[in-house]
Ligand binder design. Structure first.
Ligand SMILES: Nc1ncnc2c1ncn2[C@@H]1O[C@H](COP(=O)(O)OP(=O)(O)O)[C@@H](O)[C@H]1O
Ligand SMILES: [Mg+2]
Length: 470
């Protein structure tokens, strides 16, 4: 039997370069990284002849973000992850949630925590999986990140498994795992991650868009079953002010416009960071006006030569999730998404009310409930503690402006609310309870109807004026 590779030397300064201990063998010559579709699908090509190129430690390092300095409102989650990683021999942590909610940032903070680096003696490896879209590339990425030496003609998968089974504690952080998971070779990716997780001394953190970790693995879901929650208002303010704090700019945390803007950002760290970039250039009042007119289009970095990707544009980030879910979404699913985006109180008691709000789809057996579950699993919408379906405001605003207006959906909801009001309970306290849950939606439907009536009124008036002059 081949002598087992004992992995990279651990004698160097602890934590120095622990992301990629194999970086000393890196070679970039002749390679380009193409970011296709301005989202997360990276393909590495090699000239000449576009032959697939081996992933190197340098490629991985170039895709590894820095541990962010501005980081608020997550200390309890970081502490939770650090505790289970340090107290348990082996653990599998899934950091899930919507794009831009802060998954990678939490993973990086957990990974660099002194207790974690001490437990794993520096053997903590960050793998940016957005550049590893299948099982073979994942294996290559892992081998390079750990710094294993593959001898000519030897099997890198066997080398990797032998090393992982070697008994040394190590932590793998598989970031953006939705890319390999969403690939055609999902079965191979599933088998790979399940094998890795079977190695008794290997702990894994996976970050992924959605509410489910990959494979048949008992994931400890950080922040609960729906993934990371949005930031609380206080943490959002603190983050916003820290992002703006350099230079002579001072922003009052108690400024009512700031409060208003942050409510619109709904605790999404990516949206807060992008809004704060704008605040370095424009007064808050001006930003509020821009938001009112252009909505999510303003949430992007606008520096000279700045490229749009999921970390510089909220719309790119949302589109990326929509692309992941697109194949599974029927026209009814799109209607459900638009409906949740339209209604400010969301869909209270959704299991009961959603099929009634979209009776046309229900009649045609296109299951509104299944479609809602798909949207929920993709973190495009979420369920509140009291069983309402809701959407984070920036995602909702994007859906409202990019999905075609569907009068049919609005008409069905109007009919639902007419009947809802007719059938309110006679008992005043029950009536109030019901109304309280739906009142935002009722105002919205009234607003739509008034606007439509005005538009029709204007048309008739215009026709009458024209007729008079002709
Ligand atoms: N807790 C936080 N406080 C302040 N900014 C944050 C926080 N979490 C994330 N961010 C910022 O939000 C943006 C998106 O975060 P990221 O971790 O990449 O999200 P995800 O991995 O969920 O897509 C980054 O610019 C990051 O610095
Ligand atoms: Mg991320």
């Amino acid at each position: 039997m081949e002598p087992m590779d004992t992995g990279p030397s651990q004698t160097g300064p602890r934590n120095q370069g622990h992301f990629f201990s194999g970086a000393q063998h890196m070679s970039f010559a002749g390679s380009t990284i193409t970011n296709i579709g301005r989202d997360a699908n990276y393909y590495i090509t090699n000239f000449p002849g576009n032959k697939p190129k081996e992933i190197t430690a340098a490629d991985l390092l170039l895709h590894t973000p820095q541990v962010p300095d501005v980081f608020t409102g997550r200390s309890h989650l970081v502490e939770e992850a650090v505790n289970i990683l340090c107290e348990t021999k082996q653990v599998h942590v899934a950091i899930l949630g919507a794009g831009g909610i802060g998954k990678t940032s939490v993973a990086l903070h957990v990974m660099e925590n002194p207790l974690v680096t001490e437990k794993f003696e520096g053997r903590c490896y960050f793998i940016p999986c957005e550049m590893l879209p299948d099982a073979t590339l994942l294996i290559q990425g892992l081998v390079q990140a750990i710094g294993l030496q593959v001898r000519q003609g030897k099997d890198s998968f066997k080398l990797l498994l032998d090393y992982l089974r070697g008994g040394q504690h190590l932590l793998l952080v598989l970031d953006n795992f939705e890319t390999p998971w969403g690939s055609k070779g999902q079965t191979e990716v599933k088998n790979l991650i399940e094998r890795i997780c079977r190695c008794k001394s290997v702990s894994v953190i996976v970050t992924m868009r959605g509410t489910e970790g990959p494979g048949q693995i008992k994931w400890h879901k950080l922040g609960g079953g729906s993934g990371l929650p949005p930031l609380e208002l206080g943490a959002a303010k603190e983050a916003f002010c820290s992002f703006c704090s350099d230079g002579d700019l001072t922003i009052e945390e108690e400024d009512p416009i700031l409060q208003n803007l942050l409510i619109q950002m709904d605790g999404m760290p990516l949206a807060i960071m992008l809004m704060a970039q704008l605040a370095r250039e424009w007064p808050l009042k001006n930003i509020m006006e821009r938001w009112n007119h252009q909505k999510t289009a303003v949430l992007k970095k606008f520096g000279m030569g700045e490229q749009e990707n999921r970390l510089t544009s909220i719309e790119v980030s949302i589109k990326l999730t929509l692309n992941i879910v697109r194949e599974k979404l029927s026209p009814t699913g799109e209607d459900v998404l638009r409906l949740v985006a339209l209604l400010p109180s969301g869909i209270p008691d959704w299991l009961e009310n959603l099929p009634k709000m979209l009776p046309d789809a229900t009649m045609h057996l296109d299951d509104t409930t299944t479609q809602a579950l798909i949207l929920k699993k993709a973190c495009l919408i979420y369920e509140t503690g009291d069983k309402a379906l809701k959407i984070l405001t920036p995602i909702g605003e994007y859906i409202m402006k990019s999905f075609q207006e569907r009068h049919n959906v609005e008409n069905q909801v109007s009919v639902f609310y007419e009947s809802f009001i007719d059938n309110l309970p006679r008992n005043p306290s029950e009536e109030n309870g019901q109304l309280r849950l739906h009142i935002g939606n009722i105002y919205k439907i009234l607003e739509i109807q008034i606007k439509r009536a005005c538009a029709i009124g204007c048309k008739i008036f215009e026709m009458e004026v024209r007729a008079e002059f002709e």
